[in-house]
Design a protein around this ligand. Structure first.
Ligand SMILES: *Cc1c(COP(=O)(O)O)cnc(C)c1O
Length: 463
C-alpha cells in the first residue's frame, strides 16, 4: 500500500513513513494511491462485532505490511481501552431517522481521541523498532492539542510541543494541555489565531534543515493515519443502521475537513453514503466554496464552537485532489494562489465533482445555542456547541427518507459555558477528570515568530 502527495512532487511512502512524516516534502498531503474496496458481504459481516474488531478489518488493507496483524490488533486494543463507553462510538436516536454518533467518550472528550490514541500506539511501535526519536509539533484550536498530549505524554522517544491560540480555547481544553506533568510535554500559547499557529507549523515543515535536525513529526489532522482511524466509525455507524443494504447520510461539524474527509474514504471503500454534509459555524469558507465556487479567506471570527474557528481548511486539499481527478499540478497551482492571493476559484468540473458527494450548511451563533436548548428539551441529550452546529445543519438539509447520522464531535462538559448559556444546565466533568481545575498549569507564552519558536523547540527537546 503506497501513499502519494496531493501536489504530485514528493516520493510515495508506505503507511508507517506517511504517518511518521505528516506533511509531504512538496507541501502536499498524503493520500492512498488507490482506496482498497470492501465487498458488500465483508461490510455486512461487521455487524455485531466489537469496535476494535471492526477497526482492524477496516484499517488492515490501508496499513499494508508496515505493521503485523498482531501489532495492529494490539495497538487498537490499547488505543480504545481507556474509553468510557463499551461501544466506543455509540449511536443514539434524536428524531425519526436522525441519529447522533457520540464520539466523545475518549480521555479528552472529543472525537480526536479516536485517531490520536491509536497513532500514539503506532508511533511507539514504529519508533521502538527503528530506535528513532521524533519531535511532534502540533497546532490546535483546542481539541487536537489535548488529545495529542494525552496520547504522547511520557513516551521516551517523543517530545511534544503544542501551539494553541492564546485566549481562544476553552478552559477545559487549556487545562487538558497545561496540567500534564511529564517533561516531554510543552504547551505553547501563541499570540495569534489558530490559522497563525497552523501557518507556523507549515513553515517548520517546509524548513528542511530544521525538520531533519529535530526529527519533526506532525500529528495534525492532515496526518493520513488520523484520517484512517476516523474512517472506522463512519463504517460501524452505517452498518448498525443497516448498511450496506441501506444507504445513510452523515452531517459532520467541520473545521479542518479531516473528519468529513474520512467519511469520503468510507464511501469510496464501498459504504453506501448518499451525502456528506459539511456543517460550519460563522467561519464558513467551506460553505461559501461549495455554494459559490470560490475559496477565499476573510479572517477568523471567534464563535461558541471554537474548534471550528478556522479559515484555511487543510484537509480540503485532499478533496480537491479527488475532484481534480488526482492532478497534483492543478492542486499545487491552487495552493500557490491561496498563498499569494488569499483564495482561488474551483473549476466547474471540480465543483460538480465536489457537489456529487458533499453538501454544506452554515449556522449562526444564535441558532447554535437555540439548537442546544431545543435538543435538550426534546430528547434530554446535551450537545456541545460543535455537535449542535451539526444537528442544526442536518435538520435543515436532510432527506427524511434517508437515515441521517450527525457526528457529536465533543462532549458537553468540554464547553460548559456555552451549554449553560443555552440550557441553564452546567454539565459536570466526568469523575475521572474531576480534579482538572485543581491541578497546577504549565505553559509558555510565545510570539507569532518562526525563528523564536524554532529556537525554543531546539532548546527544550530532549536528546
Ligand atoms: C476538531 C474538531 C472539529 C472539526 O473537525 P475537522 O476534522 O477539523 O473538520 C469539530 N468539532 C470538534 C469538537 C473538534 O474538536
Amino acid at each position: 500500500m503506497r501513499y502519494i502527495s496531493t501536489r504530485g512532487a514528493a516520493p510515495s511512502l508506505g503507511f508507517a513513513e506517511a504517518m511518521l512524516t505528516g506533511l509531504a516534502r512538496d507541501g502536499g498531503l498524503y493520500v492512498p494511491e488507490a482506496v482498497p474496496v470492501m465487498a458488500p458481504d465483508e461490510i455486512a459481516a461487521l455487524a455485531g462485532l466489537s469496535y476494535e474488531e471492526a477497526a482492524f478489518r477496516v484499517m488492515r488493507p490501508f496499513v499494508g505490511t508496515d505493521f503485523t496483524e498482531v501489532e495492529l490488533r494490539a495497538a487498537i486494543e490499547a488505543a480504545y481501552r481507556g474509553f468510557a463507553h463499551a461501544a466506543r462510538a455509540p449511536l443514539v436516536q434524536l428524531a425519526p431517522n436522525h441519529f447522533l454518533l457520540e464520539l466523545f467518550h475518549g480521555p479528552t472528550l472529543a472525537f480526536k481521541d479516536f485517531a490520536m490514541q491509536l497513532i500514539g500506539q503506532l508511533f511507539q511501535i514504529a519508533l521502538n523498532r527503528d530506535g528513532r526519536r521524533v519531535t511532534i509539533v502540533g497546532a490546535t484550536s483546542g481539541d487536537t492539542g489535548s488529545a495529542a498530549i494525552e496520547a504522547f505524554r511520557g513516551l521516551a522517544n517523543v517530545d511534544v510541543f503544542i501551539l494553541y491560540p492564546h485566549g481562544r480555547v476553552s478552559e477545559v481544553q487549556r487545562r487538558q494541555m497545561t496540567t500534564p506533568v511529564e517533561d516531554n510535554v510543552h504547551a505553547l500559547a501563541l499570540d495569534g489565531t489558530f490559522d497563525d499557529a497552523q501557518a507556523r507549523l507549515k513553515d517548520m515543515f517546509n524548513d528542511f534543515a530544521f525538520r531533519d535536525a529535530v526529527g519533526l513529526a506532525g500529528v495534525n489532522s492532515i496526518n493520513w493515519a488520523r484520517v484512517l482511524a476516523q474512517v472506522v466509525y463512519f463504517v460501524t455507524a452505517a452498518v448498525s443502521l443497516g448498511a450496506p443494504a441501506r444507504g445513510v447520510s452523515f452531517t459532520v461539524p467541520t473545521g479542518n475537513f479531516g473528519d468529513i474527509y474520512a467519511g469520503s474514504i468510507a464511501r469510496r471503500l464501498g459504504l453506501p453514503v448518499e451525502r456528506l454534509v459539511i456543517a460550519t459555524n460563522q467561519n464558513d469558507i467551506l460553505h461559501r466554496c461549495l455554494t459559490g465556487g470560490r475559496y477565499a479567506t476573510d479572517g477568523v471570527r471567534p464563535s461558541v464552537s471554537p474548534s471550528m474557528d478556522i479559515q484555511v481548511s487543510s484537509n480540503f486539499e485532499r478533496a480537491l485532489f479527488d475532484a481534480y481527478g488526482g492532478d497534483g499540478n492543478a492542486v499545487a497551482q491552487l495552493m500557490a494562489e491561496l498563498a499569494s492571493q488569499g483564495g482561488f476559484t474551483v473549476s466547474q468540473g471540480a465543483l460538480q465533482a465536489l457537489r456529487q458527494i458533499y453538501r454544506s450548511g452554515r449556522v449562526s451563533e444564535e441558532e447554535t445555542l437555540a439548537t442546544i436548548a431545543r435538543v435538550q428539551r426534546s430528547t434530554g441529550e446535551l450537545l456541545c456547541p460543535h455537535s449542535a452546529v451539526g444537528v442544526a445543519v442536518a435538520e435543515k438539509t436532510r432527506d427524511p427518507a434517508v437515515p441521517m447520522i450527525t457526528l457529536a464531535t465533543a462532549g458537553p462538559a468540554k464547553f460548559p459555558d456555552a451549554v449553560e448559556q443555552a440550557t441553564g444546565i452546567r454539565p459536570p466533568l466526568p469523575a475521572r477528570m474531576a480534579d482538572l481545575f485543581g491541578r497546577p498549569e504549565r505553559l509558555t507564552r510565545v510570539g507569532n515568530d518562526l525563528g523564536a519558536l524554532q529556537a525554543l523547540i531546539h532548546e527544550r527537546r530532549r536528546r
